[in-house]
Design a protein around this ligand. Structure first.
Ligand SMILES: [Mg+2]
Length: 225
């Protein structure tokens, strides 16, 4: 049967990927606006990159008008900077992630990304982690206002391409309550994995359909229900 599995990146496929992503955002803000900012007081986990840029600048006293005017250019710079600096991430792949992607590809399951990363940052991470070949497409930070919107885009696209139909099982795997909520908002099966910064207890409070300590213990039955 046709089916779709959507993956978050940070904390789900990769962890401890280093400061390069945050540094690219800070550097992009500096180059475009001349302002010094930091991600220190921004709860970046589970956030979309565009919202992180906005919060960094608001914290530094910038106006919403200035942020809006410069957003497109900041995104462009952040992506370019990250693509140049992204390290080898093969050792940062979460336990069981590569094997799960491999098994899904062998079964002909469509797989995609739903991530708060900007497009070129997300794909660069996948490339440097050696996972690019397993992911058919993605919905990234700049395409919607929130994660639920990204899931909607990803599902719609898979249907339009004929990769899935109305009866196909769809699952979203993520490490944050925002992922669980985005799945529920789209009536997609929510799989929570406790390999990120949010603990299993807190994830359980958001009532995912499945909660696993890491992807090694996720069975196909649990994944598709
Ligand atoms: Mg995450």
């Amino acid at each position: 049967m046709k089916s779709l599995v959507l993956f978050d990146i940070d904390g789900t496929l990769l962890r401890r990927a280093g400061p390069h992503h945050r540094e690219a955002l800070v550097e992009a803000v500096r180059r475009v606006t001349g302002r010094e900012t930091t991600t220190d007081n921004v709860p970046v986990v589970g956030m979309l990159d565009g919202d992180i840029l906005t919060q960094m600048l608001l914290n530094a006293g910038a106006s919403r008008a200035l942020i809006r005017k410069n957003m497109h250019e900041m995104i462009d710079h952040a992506e370019r900077i990250y693509m140049r600096r992204c390290p080898d991430l093969r050792a940062k792949v979460c336990p069981g992630a590569r094997m799960l992607l491999y098994r899904l590809s062998r079964r002909g399951v469509t797989t995609g990304l739903v991530t708060g990363n900007l497009t070129r940052i997300g794909w660069k991470k996948m490339e440097r982690a050696g996972l690019r070949q397993y992911l058919r497409y993605g919905a990234f930070a700049e395409l919607a206002r929130d994660r639920a919107g990204l899931v909607r885009i990803a599902v719609r696209h898979a249907k339009k391409e004929g990769w899935i139909d109305a009866a196909s099982p769809i699952a979203l795997i993520g490490d944050h309550p925002n992922d669980i909520n985005a799945a529920k908002a789209n009536r997609v099966r929510s799989i929570a994995v406790a390999t990120g910064l949010v603990g299993a207890e807190e994830l359980a409070e958001h009532k995912p359909d499945v909660l696993v300590p890491d992807l090694r213990s996720l069975s196909m039955e649990e994944l598709f229900g």
